[in-house]
Design a protein around this ligand. Structure first.
Ligand code: ASP
Length: 348
């Protein structure tokens, strides 16, 4: 009997080790030589509130953007070029809350935020509250490569953009009627209802929710370099030069070749408090979690418990890709090294 129990004990250990090793093997297998994943914002995006035309417009733009980066990666280009150029496709589209089509502040202006990080050297660049730079993600990249700083803001950031020869535009470039109306509705709502409830400050009745629409991209290139980037107009009706998570390295964007790259979208204050992007990387680095486990832990447990809403896209060094969100939908797309395209809007 004693022998039997001992054999059972040994078998349990051996079997336990084996299954652990099997898991590790799966985890250590490179499944994509290169890959790209993008988002165009998360929120209460419901099919019943969509017209087929609007749905198609989003799907087509997401596909155009992800293909842009895919081609760069396929041809041996760098993940930093892929991320910048993919995000620029979405910044130039009025569909998304980034660049043209950015939401309005309480005072009727557009204040843009963006960040980018490269995983091979943990270098990063970010910009907050610029009003006249056509491509905030291009400025974030210049700050990363051509300055001694990580985060520049406001007027100084615009001066730096000018010095670097980036395209400056009149603030009217960012105007879209849809976003301007959203601001009017948000202000009306604020006046009528909860004057001092800061949640109502962001209300956008356009989608019966707090309107998001930030864009982000994470790419892995053939050299194994991961880059992550995010660009946004922030949240409708923001005041007092409010800055969200998007330009905050570790919250809105993070990349590390040893672990993963992450870009966030959602209610920025919560993403800053939960340090969402870095936390996902840290769980992989320190706790040996898989990308999926880490993303679930941070979004579905930590962020949700705090009361935050939104989601992330993430891609690890093996080319695994994950979309994780706690909202009804997230505009999103990905392509693997075989050219397999995945475009989605709603939760499934
Ligand atoms: N995270 C952004 C912010 O809080 C908003 C968004 O993702 O749409 O500024």
């Amino acid at each position: 009997m004693k022998n039997f129990i001992f054999t059972l004990f040994l078998a349990t250990i051996i079997f336990g080790c084996k299954s652990k090793n099997q898991e590790e093997n799966q985890k250590n297998k490179k499944i994509n030589e290169f890959a790209i994943i993008i988002h165009g914002g998360a929120g209460t995006i419901l099919k019943k509130n969509m017209t087929p035309e609007k749905e198609k417009a989003y799907q087509e733009k997401l596909e155009e953007a992800v293909r842009k980066g895919y081609e760069i990666l396929k041809n041996g280009g760098s993940s930093v070029d892929a991320v910048e150029q993919t995000i620029q496709v979405m910044e130039e589209s009025p569909l998304f809350n980034a660049g043209k089509g950015a939401v309005f502040t309480h005072d009727g202006a557009n204040e843009l935020d963006a960040s980018i990080m490269t995983g091979h050297d943990l270098n990063a660049g970010a910009v907050a509250g610029v009003k006249n730079v056509k491509s905030p993600i291009a400025l974030a990249r210049k700050i990363m490569t051509n300055s001694d700083h990580v985060l520049l803001s406001g007027k100084g950031a615009s001066e730096f953009a000018k010095k670097e020869g980036l395209t400056l535009v009149d603030s009217s470039y960012f105007y879209t009627e849809k976003r301007f109306k959203s601001l009017q509705r948000a202000k009306e709502k604020m006046k009528l209802e909860l004057d001092h409830d800061d949640k109502s400050a962001f209300y956008d009745s356009d989608i019966k929710d707090y309107k998001y629409g930030t864009v982000g991209c994470v790419a892995l290139d053939k050299k194994g370099n991961i880059t992550a980037g995010t660009s946004t107009g922030g949240m409708t009706n923001k005041r007092w030069n409010r800055i969200g998570d998007s330009p905050i390295i570790g919250s809105g964007t993070y990349a590390n070749n040893e672990t993963c790259g992450v870009s966030s979208t959602g209610w920025g204050e919560y993403f800053i408090r939960a340090q969402v992007a870095h936390d996902i990387s840290a769980l992989i680095a320190y706790k040996d979690l898989t990308l999926t486990e880490a993303a679930k832990e941070v979004i579905q447990k930590k962020l949700t418990k705090l009361g935050g809403t939104g989601g992330i896209i993430a891609l690890d060094k093996y080319g695994n890709m994950v979309f994780e969100f706690n909202t009804a939908g997230m505009y999103r797309a990905s392509m693997d090294d075989q050219g397999k395209l995945n475009v989605k809007i709603y939760k499934e």
